[in-house]
Design a protein around this ligand. Structure first.
Ligand SMILES: [Zn+2]
Length: 328
């Protein structure tokens, strides 16, 4: 996937910040060790000297002597390291206390490994490109821990004998398990029910955990994402790197919030069909939330769209009363 200059630059800046933070943290751990055991400074100096002394091997003609010299230096070096480790242990630190702690051990937060862009850098660019799409989302990422079942009535339903709270507890548990077990082969979900029953909250909670696990996630209201695709399609906006439609098709998890709220045209219906269908064909999971029941969905979109959602998605129905009204 190709990214624009802006995304590249931003990813570079973020990595540089990480490297700086790791270096600064190391410097303060070192200063602490010097305060705790001042003899550390002497050992550190001697260790540096053994490193520099290697170059003197060039002056020695006899190869046997060179080997002996290097062996001696190595022994001295190891002894110094052992002595430092002992000091650290006495002070209550691990032997790696004075190692830099980069977030990526492969490239040491430089973004380059073996002369190529490191995977961490690609991942970062990918997520930055998706974040730009999610910026349209009206809500910040919320978590499962803020989801309260207390807002759902626990009075048993007259017909089924099951309360909305019981139903929603099952929905919540399903979503939690879905988020923690997420893999690119996870099923697609259709979350439906009245407005204000927590569909957006739970899909954002899933998004948060899946991003945390290192997957690329695009979350957005269907209306905003479709408007963006329209703008790009009709030349009113330039895409950053790949087109929005392509990002929506290829991200690890796509969350289309509030399907059905957008204004439907032949163009939007065909874009939605293309996204849903392409993702199913590539086995990329999608989560759709909607206030529309399946018959309403069918009336609004073609059967081509609804048959995919009906046949290939897991359906989760949300129960209860509008939480936003109860809170007010
Ligand atoms: Zn890396």
């Amino acid at each position: 996937m190709g990214y624009g200059e802006q995304v590249f630059q931003k990813a570079k800046d973020i990595l540089q910040q990480k490297r700086l933070a790791a270096d600064t943290a190391l410097e303060s751990r070192r200063a602490q060790v010097v305060r705790e055991c001042p003899e550390y400074l002497m050992l550190e100096r001697e260790l540096a000297l053994t490193g520099q002394a290697v170059i003197k091997a060039l002056d020695i003609k006899d190869p046997d002597e060179v080997a002996k010299y290097i062996k001696g230096l190595r022994k001295q070096n190891l002894e110094l390291q052992a002595e430092i480790a002992r000091l650290l242990k006495v002070a209550g630190h691990g032997s790696d206390y004075l190692e830099p702690r980069y977030t990526c051990a492969v490239c040491r937060d430089t973004g380059i490994a073996d002369g190529k862009l490191c995977d961490c850098f690609r991942k970062l660019m990918k997520q930055l490109a998706y974040d730009a799409l999610c910026a349209d989302s009206p809500l910040k990422i919320s978590g499962f821990e803020d989801f309260s079942l207390a807002y759902y009535p626990d009075k048993p339903d007259e017909r089924t004998g099951i309360s909305a709270r019981r139903r929603m507890q099952e929905v919540l548990e399903f979503c939690q398990a879905y988020a923690s077990d997420f893999s690119p082969g996870s099923p697609s979900l259709y979350l439906f029910g009245e407005t204000g029953l927590g569909k957006t909250h739970l899909s954002l909670s899933i998004a948060g955990e899946v991003i945390e696990a290192g997957y690329s996630v695009v979350y957005g209201s269907t209306q905003n994402l479709i408007a963006r695709i329209e703008d790009e399609h009709f030349g009113r906006r330039a895409a950053d790197g790949d087109s929005t439609e392509s990002k929506l098709i290829h991200c690890d998890l796509l969350i289309l919030d509030d399907l059905g709220a957008e204004f439907c045209t032949q163009f939007t219906v065909s874009v939605i069909y293309n996204i849903i269908n392409s993702r199913l064909l590539n086995s990329h999971p999608t989560i759709i939330s909607s206030n529309l029941s399946l018959p309403e969905l069918e009336a609004k979109y073609t059967t081509r769209v609804t048959s995919r959602i009906l046949g290939e998605y897991r359906h989760l129905r949300f129960f209860g009363r509008d939480i936003r009204q109860i809170r007010e």
